[in-house]
Design a protein around this ligand. Structure first.
Ligand SMILES: Nc1ncnc2c1ncn2[C@@H]1O[C@H](COP(=O)(O)OP(=O)(O)OP(=O)(O)O)[C@@H](O)[C@H]1O
Length: 639
C-alpha cells in the first residue's frame, strides 16, 4: 500500500527510477538486519572499508546499499531510531539530486544522514545546510555520535565562531551550517584570495594561518534542509559584506533635516504610498514643497536628487518600517528581523539610505555608515556546489521555481502513517481586540483540558500584544521571539507539556520538533493557533506542521481579523474594499465565507513575491553573464 501510494504521488516518467529505488530500499532493510550482530568496532571497520572505496571514486550501487544499511544500523545503535522505509526512499531520492517534499515531522533530520554519509565517505566534504543556527546546532548534536561511530568527522558553524574554528569545522567530513554563514565565509575567502592571490585554501605550507581561507578549495556537496526557505525565500536577499566607513556628516545632516521636515508632507497630496513595494514616492506637489522648504530653511547646499531620495526614504520608513516588527533595537543598534524566519539577521544593514533613515527615526546620535565590499546571492552560491539536493515539507507550490533557478526536480514522499491532524473551524473577527479575546478564551479552555498550546504570530510586536492579553487574564505562558532567542531550546523542550502555552513568532514555525507529552497526546495532542495568516501559505503550513507529527494526534485553528498585518502590503484599493466589507457587517459576527478575502490577499502577495524573485533571478543571471564575459568574478557585484 505504502509503495503504491509513493508511486502514485509522482509523475509517471519517474516510475522506472522509483522502482529501482524501491528494490534497493528492500535490499537495505535486509542488509541492515544482517549488520545487527556486529560489534561497534566491526561496524566501524565496515565503514572505513567503504571510505576507502568512495575516496577512490569506486563506489557503485552495491556500495550505496551497504552505506545506507550501515547508517541505518548506526542510528539504531546510537538513538534507537532506525530509518523507516519512506526515509530510506527519501534518502535515495536525495542521493540522486532531487528535492524531496516530505511532510513535516516525517523525520528529515534522520533522512539527511543517508546522503550525507555517502558524500562524507568521499572525504571531499559535505555541507548540511539548515535554515537557522538553532537547527544547525541541534542537528549536529544529534548526528555527531552516529557519524563518529562510523569514523566520520563532523563540525558545525555558529555565528560567534572565529575563522580558525570555522576552518576546522569546514575541514570535517560533514559540516552543519546555515546558508548565510557559508555564503559570508565564501565571500570573505574570495576577498582574501583577491587581495593575496597566493593564499590558497587547504595550503598547509603557509606559515601564518590566522587568515587563510576557511572553506575547502572545492564546494563539493550540499544537502539543504528547509529547501524552500533557503533556496527560494532567502534567495530574495543578497548576501552582502559591508565595511564600516566614517559617517558622511552632510548625509547625516540631510536625513536629520528630512526627518524633522516630513510632518509637513501629506499622503496622497504630496506623496504616493506603494504598500506592495513598501515605498513612498514624492508627487509633483511634494517635490515643489521640498524645494520651498529647502530654500526657506537655507538648506540649498544639497544636491536635489540626494535630497529627494532622503525625503522619500524618510517617509518610507515612517510608513512601512516598524520597531519590533521589521527590526529590534539592541544595544543601540538596529537589528533587522527576517520576515520569513522571524529571526534577527546578524550584521545585516539596509541599503541605499534606508538604514540611515531608520536611525534618524529612532533618534540615534551615534551614526556608523557602511559601504558594500562584496556581495553574492544564494543562487550563485548554490551553483558552486558539485552536487546539490534538498528537502522540505513545503516544496510543491514552488517546484517550478526550484527547477527553473536550480535545475532541481521535486519529488513527493508519502507519509509513513496516515495523518491524525484535525482542523478546528476558522473564526474571523472585525478587530484585533475581538480576535485576541477569542484566543484568550480558547487558550483558557485548552489549558483546563491539559492540552499543550502553541500560538503562532507573525511579528515580535503581535507576540507581545498577545502576551499582554494572556498576562492580564492570569494565564501563564512562554514567549519565543527574536528578542529572546537565547532561550529557544529551553522553551521548545517544555512546549509539549500538559497545560503549557507558548507564544512564538515564525521562529518556531520551521524545523522545530516539539516533543509532546503522553498525557497531552491522550487528550488530543498539541493545538496550534494561527493568530494571523502569513504572506506565504508555506509558512502557515510549516507552523501547522508543528503538531500531529509521525501519525500522532493534534489540531490547529486559524483565528483572524480584518485588522491583521496581511492586508497592509496590498494595493490601497484592495485594502479599501476589505475595510468597506468589514464596516458593512452588522454586529460582531463575521460569516465564515469572508475567508475568501484572506485567501485572495495571501494569494496576491504570493504572486507578487514570486514575481520579485523572478526579477532578481533574471537580474543576477544577466549580471553574472556580463561579468563572466568580462573575466570578472560575480561575487564582487556591488550593484
Ligand atoms: N525512524 C525513526 N524512528 C523513531 N523516531 C523518529 C524516526 N524518524 C523521525 N523520528 C522522530 O520524529 C520526529 C520528527 O523528526 P524531524 O524533526 O526530523 O522531522 P522533520 O521532517 O524534519 O520535520 P520538519 O519538517 O518540521 O522539520 C523527531 O522527534 C524524531 O526523533
Amino acid at each position: 500500500m505504502f509503495i503504491v501510494r509513493n508511486i502514485l504521488n509522482n509523475s509517471p516518467h519517474r516510475i522506472p527510477r522509483q522502482l529501482t529505488w524501491l528494490r534497493e530500499c528492500s535490499e537495505i532493510l535486509d542488509c541492515a538486519n544482517n549488520l545487527r550482530g556486529l560489534t561497534d568496532s566491526e561496524l566501524k571497520s565496515e565503514s572505513l572499508k567503504l571510505k576507502q572505496i568512495f575516496a577512490e571514486q569506486r563506489g557503485g550501487t552495491r556500495d550505496v546499499v551497504q552505506a545506507f544499511s550501515i547508517m541505518r544500523d548506526a542510528a539504531r545503535r546510537v538513538h534507537q531510531q532506525e530509518h523507516y522505509f519512506n526515509q530510506l526512499l527519501a534518502g535515495r531520492a536525495l542521493l540522486d539530486g532531487y528535492i524531496i517534499e516530505m511532510q513535516t515531522g516525517e523525520g528529515k533530520t534522520l533522512t539527511a544522514l543517508l546522503p550525507a554519509y555517502v558524500h562524507a565517505l568521499s572525504a571531499r566534504g559535505c555541507h548540511v545546510i539548515t535554515a537557522n543556527e538553532y537547527l544547525a546546532v541541534r542537528d549536529h548534536q544529534f548526528s555527531k555520535p552516529i557519524f563518529n561511530l562510523l569514523g566520520i568527522s563532523t563540525g558545525v558553524i555558529r555565528n560567534q565562531d572565529n575563522r580558525n574554528e570555522r576552518r576546522v569545522a569546514y575541514s570535517r567530513d560533514v559540516t552543519y551550517a546555515t546558508e548565510k554563514e557559508i555564503g559570508f565565509d565564501y565571500l570573505k575567502d574570495r576577498l582574501l584570495i583577491e587581495s593575496e592571490p597566493n593564499r590558497m585554501s587547504d595550503d598547509e605550507t603557509l606559515i601564518e594561518p590566522h587568515d587563510r581561507p576557511v572553506h575547502r578549495t572545492e564546494m563539493n556537496a550540499a544537502i539543504i534542509d528547509e529547501a524552500d526557505s533557503v533556496l527560494i525565500d532567502q534567495a530574495r536577499m543578497p548576501l552582502i559584506i559591508a565595511e564600516a566607513i566614517p559617517a558622511d556628516a552632510g548625509e547625516v545632516e540631510r536625513y536629520r533635516w528630512c526627518r524633522e521636515t516630513l510632518p509637513k508632507f501629506r499622503p496622497e497630496k504630496d506623496y504616493l504610498l506603494d504598500p506592495q513595494l513598501r515605498r513612498v514616492k514624492l508627487k509633483p506637489d511634494g517635490r515643489s514643497k521640498l524645494v520651498l522648504e529647502q530654500k526657506s530653511e537655507g538648506m540649498g547646499g544639497y544636491r536635489w536628487h540626494d535630497l529627494q531620495v532622503a525625503m522619500e526614504n524618510s517617509l518610507t520608513t515612517s510608513h512601512y518600517f516598524r520597531k519590533d516588527r521589521d527590526y529590534l533595537i539592541v544595544n543601540d543598534q538596529i537589528e533587522i528581523i527576517d520576515q520569513n524566519t522571524g529571526r534577527v539577521i546578524p550584521g545585516r544593514k539596509w541599503q541605499h539610505g534606508l538604514q540611515l533613515a531608520i536611525e534618524m527615526k529612532e533618534e540615534f546620535t551615534q551614526i556608523e555608515q557602511t559601504s558594500t565590499t562584496a556581495q553574492t546571492t544564494v543562487q550563485l552560491l548554490a551553483r558552486k556546489y558539485r552536487f546539490l539536493c534538498g528537502m522540505t515539507g513545503t516544496a510543491k507550490s514552488i517546484a517550478g521555481e526550484l527547477e527553473q533557478y536550480y535545475d532541481l526536480e521535486t519529488i513527493q514522499i508519502a507519509t509513513r502513517l496516515p495523518s491524525k491532524r484535525t482542523e478546528v473551524k476558522t473564526k474571523l473577527f472585525k478587530t484585533r481586540a475581538e480576535k485576541c479575546n477569542e484566543i484568550r478564551k480558547v487558550v483558557q479552555e485548552l489549558v483546563e483540558q491539559k492540552r499543550a498550546i502553541l500560538i503562532g504570530t507573525p511579528t515580535v510586536q503581535s507576540s507581545l500584544e498577545l502576551a499582554e492579553v494572556l498576562q492580564s487574564a492570569g494565564i501563564e505562558f512562554e514567549l519565543l521571539n527574536a528578542a529572546n532567542h537565547a532561550l529557544e531550546a529551553e522553551i521548545i523542550s517544555q512546549a509539549g507539556q500538559p497545560g503549557q502555552v507558548t507564544i512564538a513568532t515564525n521562529m518556531a514555525g520551521r524545523g522545530t520538533d516539539i516533543q509532546v507529552d503522553r498525557e497531552v497526546l491522550s487528550r488530543g495532542g498539541l493545538h496550534v493557533i494561527l493568530s494571523e495568516m502569513h504572506f506565504s501559505s508555506r509558512i502557515d503550513r510549516q507552523l501547522i506542521g508543528r503538531t500531529a507529527r509521525q501519525g500522532e494526534p493534534g489540531s490547529y485553528q486559524f483565528l483572524l481579523s480584518f485588522e491583521d498585518d496581511l492586508f497592509e502590503q496590498l494595493p490601497i484599493q484592495f485594502q479599501k474594499k476589505v475595510q468597506n466589507y468589514s464596516l458593512s457587517l452588522k454586529g460582531t459576527e463575521v460569516p465564515s465565507r469572508a475567508i475568501h478575502w484572506f485567501r485572495s490577499a495571501q494569494q496576491k502577495l504570493e504572486r507578487e513575491h514570486g514575481q520579485s524573485r523572478m526579477k532578481m533571478y533574471q537580474h543576477s543571471t544577466m549580471l553574472q553573464q556580463e561579468l563572466e564575459s568580462l573575466g570578472l568574478i560575480p561575487e564582487f557585484l556591488t550593484d
